[in-house]
Design a protein around this ligand. Structure first.
Ligand SMILES: Nc1nc2c(c(=O)[nH]1)N[C@H]1C(S)=C(S)[C@@H](COP(=O)(O)O)O[C@H]1N2
Ligand SMILES: [Mo]
Length: 538
């Protein structure tokens, strides 16, 4: 089969066809208003769900908040490779090429339609995009066939000249000839290619911008004026925030607040469209809109949120002043059946989180939160409404983009992370973190402020101790806190002597038992162990 330059052209055709497919798919996704049905997003989302825990943790560790960009990049890289291969084989055999395009389209469609909360129409972007890609590929293959010398039998192949490598093929492509010297219509190929690139780019750009507009739920958010709380947060006792350099501030700014969720694209739900349905094992179903929720008499509380995936010393913890409606009151109105021990909450993107009913009803400030640090919830943090329950890890309590509360039983339904092996109940373990000095920091001998935060939400922190080089435990000074639902700052004045030292810390809740030294990884119920810092004093 005469190939050489045509093979390179074929690879290029494959790449262009893939671009057309993606561009058109993006446009169709925007048109049907299903951002998440875009093939790259859908495949990326499926990859996230299928990713084993160790790999996910490695990705978060290595790429931090760029993990999603890296994922999308990888999906695209794989697609580019497949597109090049498909285009190359299409030169030999159009049917193989078309089968390749069809397979990619079907993969995208399957990924889209199996995403939580998706419907059959979500196959449209991948299928229409795939069809457009196939059409582009056929058009681009035409000029490549046109020049094959009449009578040149594909069976008669000349021996391949030695040293004919990639350069040879590229030269062939530039000359518009194949190995038999048969020319193909390079001009027509280039023109068709340019046309296809234009179509793909315009479709993709239009789709993206339509999507961006749709994502401008920001408009809905900025139009909101939150009411003053019926019950304001307790004023912070003086000295709650020690304001030491390197120590986390008592309240975490929204832009600095950690974000953990499975949503590749942040769900976009406007306040106007928001409804909460309370159903399941209740006497009376309730449906609530945003206005009604705001009119319920809101409470404002400082509450520290913690992720079960937080490693010892990790940063997946933050404290905010939340404004929200008491969840227990709403449940009492619905009339929860006595054996409904689980509140299965659902988010707009289909995430499910199971919270013990008894915990929510025990008098703590479990909230349907609408405000965070004085503004409407940021979209990333669950706009318009999320749950916040002091004392429970986020994966069993802090549902963002909340749309549904189903009263059920743990024995009957397992929530998303519980299905994946995480503990059914997730009370927060007593933990402390050394914020300053930093790891491997070089210090001057003399007085050094060792400081950090400790948390055991809804139980409270009674004591934090520090020890140096495995010596005796010494008590740190605790800052005051407004309630037991927040973390607590502490500071220890250390007389640092020259040399290498290891600092360790441990916290104690009112049970009197210091947090365990035993090291456990986050899976399945939260990390344990004492945080430590190695420092060099000069
Ligand atoms: N809809 C939805 N809500 C969610 C999650 C999620 O993946 N989807 N993740 C939970 C987890 S594991 C945590 S720790 C908190 C994190 O909240 P934040 O991103 O506002 O810090 O949200 C919880 N709520
Ligand atoms: Mo989490």
């Amino acid at each position: 089969m005469p190939l050489r330059g045509r093979r390179v052209a074929g690879a290029l055709a494959g790449l262009i066809a893939a671009g057309v497919a993606l561009g058109v798919a993006e446009l169709v996704a925007a048109l049907i208003g299903a951002v998440r049905a875009s093939p790259v997003v859908a495949v990326g989302g499926s990859v996230i769900d299928a990713t084993p825990r160790w790999l996910k943790e490695w990705a978060i560790r290595s790429f931090g908040t760029n993990d999603k960009a890296v994922l999308i990049g990888s999906v695209l890289a794989v697609l580019v490779m497949l597109a090049l291969l498909t285009g190359m084989s299409a030169v030999r055999n159009r049917r193989v090429g078309l089968a390749g395009v069809a397979a990619l389209g079907v993969v995208g469609a399957l990924a889209a339609v199996t995403r939580p909360g998706s419907s059959l129409v979500h196959v449209a972007p991948s299928l229409v995009g795939g069809a457009a890609g196939a059409a582009a590929l056929l058009l681009l293959l035409r000029p490549l066939r046109a020049g094959v010398k009449p009578g040149a039998s594909p069976a008669v192949t000349e021996p391949h000249p030695a040293g004919s490598a990639m350069t040879d093929r590229v030269a062939g492509y530039l000359a518009g000839t194949d190995r038999n010297g048969a020319s193909y219509d390079r001009r027509a190929f280039l023109l068709t290619g340019l046309g296809a690139v234009a179509v793909g780019t315009v479709a993709g750009a239009a789709g993206r911008s339509a999507i961006r507009k749709r994502l401008e739920v920001g408009a809905s958010r900025s139009a909101i004026a939150l009411p003053a709380p019926a019950s304001a947060a307790a004023p912070l006792p003086p000295g709650t925030d020690l304001r030491l350099p390197g120590l986390s501030s008592f309240r975490t700014a929204n832009r600095d607040f950690y974000r953990i969720d499975t949503a590749l694209l942040v769900p976009q739900l406007s306040a106007k469209d928001w409804r909460l349905r309370v159903h399941g094992m209740v006497d009376r179903e309730i449906e609530l809109d945003y206005e009604t929720l705001l009119s319920r008499g809101l409470v404002e509380r400082d509450i520290t949120l913690t992720c079960v995936s937080n490693e010892v010393g990790g940063s997946l913890v933050g404290s905010a002043r939340w404004l929200g409606a008491p969840l227990a009151d709403l449940l009492r109105e619905a009339g929860v059946h006595p054996d409904a021990d689980q509140i299965l909450s659902r988010s707009e993107d289909g995430m499910t989180i199971g919270t013990p009913t008894a915990v929510v009803m025990d008098g703590r400030d479990a909230l349907l939160a609408v405000g965070m640090n004085g503004e409407p919830l940021p979209v990333r943090h669950g706009f318009p409404v999320r749950m916040v329950v002091p004392g429970l890890y986020g994966y069993v309590s802090a549902t963002k983009w909340l749309v549904e509360l189903e009263l059920t039983r743990f024995a009957d339904t397992a929530a998303y992370w519980v299905e994946r092996g995480w503990a059914e109940r997730g009370p927060i373990k007593t933990m402390t973190r050394i914020d300053t000095p930093g790891a491997f920091e070089q210090l001057r001998a003399g007085r050094v402020a060792v400081a950090g935060v400790a948390w055991a939400q809804h139980r409270g922190i009674d004591n934090v101790e520090v020890r140096v080089d495995g010596g005796p435990w010494e008590e740190a000074r605790l800052a005051p806190v407004p309630s037991t639902d927040t973390w607590r700052q502490w500071v220890f004045a250390w007389d640092a002597t020259p040399g290498e030292h290891v600092l360790e810390a441990r916290a104690t809740d009112p049970s009197g038992m210091p947090q365990t030294e035993e090291e456990a990884e986050p899976f399945p119920s939260g990390a344990t162990g004492w945080p430590e810092k190695q420092v060099l004093v000069v």
